[in-house]
Design a protein around this ligand. Structure first.
Ligand code: BDR
Length: 317
């Protein structure tokens, strides 16, 4: 089985990613570490437990992580995910936070990786604060990882949060900088533009959410708010070029569990802009090797869409 740790800021697409990991029989989730991001940390924790409950998997350890970025001002993505991060649908039966593990996310992350050297794939779909703090505490952590998959950054300076910046990187640029600099393990990046270009057609989304399962009903409920947003003419025109719905985090997770999913990618050194009036938080790609960085990341370009659709279908079964 593939051993995974998920670092999340559970909004709607993190929820879909978690469900995909939980449902795959070839995956073992060692733990889920939570970070501020789409919504304040307290909501992230609650949302993560809600998703696990919908999957009947409250046995998976969930850890409380960083509630603020390293230096940046805190920001959330309520406009897209709803104020509570999961579409603002009331859930009176949400599990309580007493179910959280005592160990905090960063310590848990370090421990889980140490106990499984060379075996853990870390999938980060949140601002990278937890990962940055972890490598500061344990500089040998990246060497012990099998791979790191990140949803974040952009490849053509098309922003979704600032003019040039993608949310996860803009929400903590210093953390993103540290992670891209220090995690010298095999690193795979699902950028914002990549997810837009490989969006799921709406007709497929209808089929996906119409499945007669508890998980599909849950997903349909929590994604209604963001789907409506994504269906707006402006979003379709400017973001996915009419292609459909981009469940961003799910691409990173799917790529981590299926080695044949990505059909086109490129290896390039990457970093993050930390200053700049318009460009702070933007990922930069060093095609000319001017930064002389030894470590290159694999930047995803194309996905096998049929395979991805099948994985999405299975995730809600
Ligand atoms: C990323 O930001 C969040 O809104 C999504 O969950 C995803 O991780 C896309 O920019």
């Amino acid at each position: 089985k593939k051993k995974l740790i998920l670092d999340v800021d559970t909004g709607v697409d993190d929820a879909q990613a978690i469900m995909m990991a939980v449902t795959d029989p070839n995956v073992e989730i060692l733990g889920i570490t939570c970070c501020h991001g789409n919504t304040p940390l307290e909501n992230v924790l609650k949302n993560t437990l809600r998703v696990l409950k919908a999957c009947n998997r409250l046995d998976i350890p969930v850890h409380r992580g960083c509630s603020t970025p390293l230096l940046a001002r805190k920001q959330h993505a309520g406009d897209y995910h709803g104020k509570d991060g999961l579409g603002d649908v009331p859930d009176p039966d949400a599990p309580g936070l007493e179910l959280l593990q005592k160990k905090k996310a960063v310590q848990a992350l370090i421990k889980m990786v140490k106990e499984n050297p060379g075996e853990v794939t870390l999938v980060a779909t949140a601002p990278l604060t937890n990962l940055a703090v972890a490598v500061q505490l344990d500089p040998s952590l990246p060497k012990k990882l099998k791979a790191l998959y990140i949803m974040g950054g952009n490849v053509e300076s098309r922003g979704n949060t600032t003019v040039c910046g993608e949310f996860n990187f803009v929400a903590d640029p210093e953390a993103a900088y540290i992670v891209l600099d220090r995690y010298t393990c095999p690193t795979y990046i699902a950028s914002w533009e990549f997810t837009c270009r490989n969006s799921l057609p709406w007709s497929f989304c209808d089929k996906l959410l119409a499945q007669d399962t508890e998980k599909a009903r849950f997903m349909k409920k929590i994604s209604a708010f963001s789907m409506k947003k994504a269906q707006s003419a402006d979003y379709q025109k400017e973001v996915t070029e009419g292609k459909g719905f981009n469940s961003c985090d799910t691409y990173a997770l799917a790529a981590a569990i299926n080695d044949t999913l990505i059909t086109e990618s490129e290896e390039v050194a990457v970093s993050v802009e930390l200053e700049g009036t318009y460009t702070r938080g933007m990922m930069v790609l060093d095609y000319m090797d001017l930064l002389k960085k030894k470590h290159k990341a694999v930047v995803m370009k194309k996905v096998d869409l049929e395979k991805f659709k099948q994985m999405c279908m299975n995730s809600l079964k």
